[in-house]
Design a protein around this ligand. Structure first.
Ligand code: AQP
Length: 344
């Protein structure tokens, strides 16, 4: 991995998280979880269920703890190993909250006002959005920097937030005369699956909050549901599958389906187009459904098994929280000392 962490000389560490706001989908899997699993053999990793982020928007009453367990179960089913990575709920480590306040006093209003995700999520009624939704990227910076994480595997939609995290780290180091104290974390975005689009609109990202379930493939969908969703996925009226990459230009829905095939099968896009070019979607879509079902069937089975034992999930989350607190505590002690708060 390249290291652009400026003058920071500490160890490489990976942090990322997923919100407990609904069922995980193919975009979350390819943009985030698959990368999480790949990194745990080479790096110290912290994987968080970001429940403090989840409450920036309305959450169904009484549902949060169970949704947190569901995401933890999905982490485990996808291959996160608690013996290798710390898996925990964000709200069990108070350093996230303390550092958010400190970073609120480092970040500038203008920086946050430029964040496109707030504009997308708040919609036309920004005046009624929670302050937390506006502040979401500052909490994300605190999540990462409370552990001095140097690398952050995320989907493409989080790129702007990662840039803000780097700006906050850089300004803290400069303002408090602590060069190299915080690393400037590197986003790990590249690779197939960084931006999976809706099955119903190739210009919109696949999302948990899309009202149409047909727009996404959920990790828990059955083989029949997956096949049906792919069969009904939007294509276009421009004819058969192209034979070359150039032929995908201006065909976002087709490009998305070929990208999904490539990310799940590991086959390069060029090879897929050589195989299916000139053929109709009646041939390609069933092949894509087969690849998707084959990939997800074992994950879904493990997910269901793990959910049968919620006490085991809770044990893994509690152990992960202990590990995370132990890493964040000395960082926060240093932060307090650097700022100059009164301490005994
Ligand atoms: N469509 C996507 N393609 C690739 N990566 C994606 N991610 C999300 N959607 C895609 C990545 O998944 C990780 C966890 O996301 P999250 O649940 O914390 O928040 P999100 O980005 O807001 O995800 P959703 O599905 O779009 O949720 P809603 O609808 O609630 O806003 C992140 O790394 C994200 O990049």
């Amino acid at each position: 991995m390249t290291d652009t962490t400026s003058t920071y000389t500490g160890p490489e560490r990976v942090f990322s998280g997923v919100q407990p706001t609904g069922k995980l989908h193919l975009g979350n899997y390819l943009g985030a979880l698959k990368k999480f699993v790949a990194l745990q053999d080479s790096h110290e990793c912290l994987y968080c269920v970001v429940d403090l982020h989840a409450i920036t928007q309305p959450v169904e009453k009484g549902a949060l703890a169970d949704q947190t367990r569901q995401i933890a179960a999905a982490y485990l089913a996808c291959g996160i190993d608690p013996a290798k990575s710390a898996m925990f709920a964000q709200s069990s480590v108070l350093a996230h909250v303390e550092l958010t306040w400190i970073f609120n006093c480092v970040a500038r209003m203008g920086w946050l006002e430029r964040m496109t995700q707030f504009k997308d999520k708040a919609g036309k009624d920004a005046e009624r959005a929670s302050v937390g939704l506006f502040d979401y990227p500052v909490l994300m910076a605190a999540d990462i920097l409370a552990y001095k994480a140097t690398h952050v595997p995320v989907g493409d939609d989080q790129k702007q937030h990662l840039e803000l995290t780097r700006d906050i780290a850089e300004r803290f180091n400069r303002e408090y005369d602590a060069p190299g104290f915080f690393p400037l974390p590197e986003p790990l975005i590249q690779g197939p699956g960084a931006r999976i689009m809706s099955l119903k609109d190739g210009t919109k990202k696949m999302s948990k909050s899309d009202p149409s379930d047909l727009s996404r493939i959920n990790l828990v969908d059955t083989a029949d549901e997956i096949s049906k969703k792919i069969r009904k996925a939007k294509t276009d009226l421009l004819g058969d599958m192209p034979s070359e990459v150039d032929g995908l230009k201006g065909r976002p829905e087709v490009e998305n389906l070929v990208g999904i095939y490539s990310a799940l099968s590991g086959e390069p896009v060029e090879a897929i187009l050589r195989q299916y070019g000139g053929q109709g979607f009646g041939v390609f879509k069933p092949a894509l459904a087969d690849v998707t079902v084959a990939h997800f069937a074992p994950i879904t089975e493990r997910f269901r098994e793990i959910l049968n034992d919620p006490a085991e999930i809770d044990r893994a989350l509690a152990a992960g929280a202990d590990q995370a607190r132990a890493i964040a505590a000395p960082v926060m002690d240093e932060v307090r000392r650097i700022i100059g708060f009164w301490q005994v």
